[in-house]
Design a protein. Structure first.
Length: 246
């Protein structure tokens, strides 16, 4: 599994959950990987150590995705540290599950700042640095598509925005052979959405495969989209949701 040998990747929100699994999956396939995190410095350091134990270079940068200036700076620091940039995984995100009447406009600002503005800022900074043939992979969600659930107004809205960004990027960057795709997970067992959490049973009831997914099952799909076999896939969405939308 060396298909990403020599590639340089940045995974935002790589300290825990899907982002950590993705950073490790990219490194297992040969990439050097920078990660950002918000608060979990110890967890981020562990991911860096694991990547280094695979013989790859890694660095963890404290970058709040809601701070667009810090995000742009973080992308440039990651590329400087690794010596270039081939892959950006826009993974950092926050949830907000509640009926619309219980969400405030402050909630709206916070979720859009991280899930939309932060993604935009990271991508805007990465595009001029990305090598031709590079990859943009954005974490969306199965609830922003054809089938959703109550409580997902704000979160679903934020993830739908990522699809709009990704599709237009595919068109803009096609001439440089840079692809842009969205991975849309269903319920994945992480701190954000624990398999034993209060909303677990209702999520499982909506699935064809009656269990939560694992972070590694999403990471493998991201790694595939980052690899040479996916060079002709762009502007699309890969849904990995245990049949939530079946
Ligand atoms: P977790 O909450 O488990 O991990 C989130 C990661 O993002 C952490 O590394 C965290 O850093 C980082 N992060 C959060 N806020 C910020 C911020 N403001 N600035 C920088 N980094 C930040 O989430 P998941 O792994 O479950 O989710 C990863 C992505 O997948 C998200 O975009 C999420 O919306 C999406 N997703 C998840 C699903 C699920 O069921 N789990 C389903 C569908 C989509 P730190 O450790 O420092 O807090």
């Amino acid at each position: 599994m060396n298909e990403l040998l020599g590639k340089k990747a940045l995974v935002t929100g790589g300290s825990r959950g899907i982002g950590a699994a993705t950073a490790i999956a990219l490194a297992e396939r040969g990439a050097d990987v920078a990660i950002t995190y918000n608060a979990s410095a110890d967890a981020a350091a562990k991911v860096v150590k694991e990547i280094e134990s695979l013989g790859r270079r890694s660095v963890a940068l404290a970058v709040d995705a809601a701070d667009a200036i810090a995000v742009g700076d973080g992308v440039r620091r990651a590329a400087n540290s690794l010596g270039g940039l081939d892959i950006l995984v826009n993974n950092a995100g926050i949830g907000a599950i509640a009926p619309i009447g219980e969400l405030t406009l402050d909630d709206v600002d916070r979720v859009l700042a991280v899930n939309v503005r932060g993604v935009y800022a990271a991508t805007q900074a990465a595009v001029p640095l990305l090598a031709d043939g590079g990859r943009l992979i954005h974490l969306g969600s199965c609830v922003s598509g054809r089938v959703t659930t109550p409580g997902m107004t704000l979160y679903g809205m934020s993830k739908s925005a990522v699809t709009g960004l990704s599709k237009a990027l595919a068109r803009e960057l096609g001439p440089r052979r840079i692809t842009s795709n969205v991975v849309r997970p269903g319920p994945i067992n992480t701190d954000m959405n624990p398999a034993d959490g209060p909303f677990a049973a209702v999520q499982i009831a909506n699935l064809a495969i009656d269990r939560f997914g694992n972070s590694t099952e999403i990471a493998a799909a991201v790694a595939y989209l980052a690899g040479p076999d996916a060079a002709y896939i762009t502007g699309t969405e890969l849904t990995i949701d245990g049949g939530h939308t079946a």
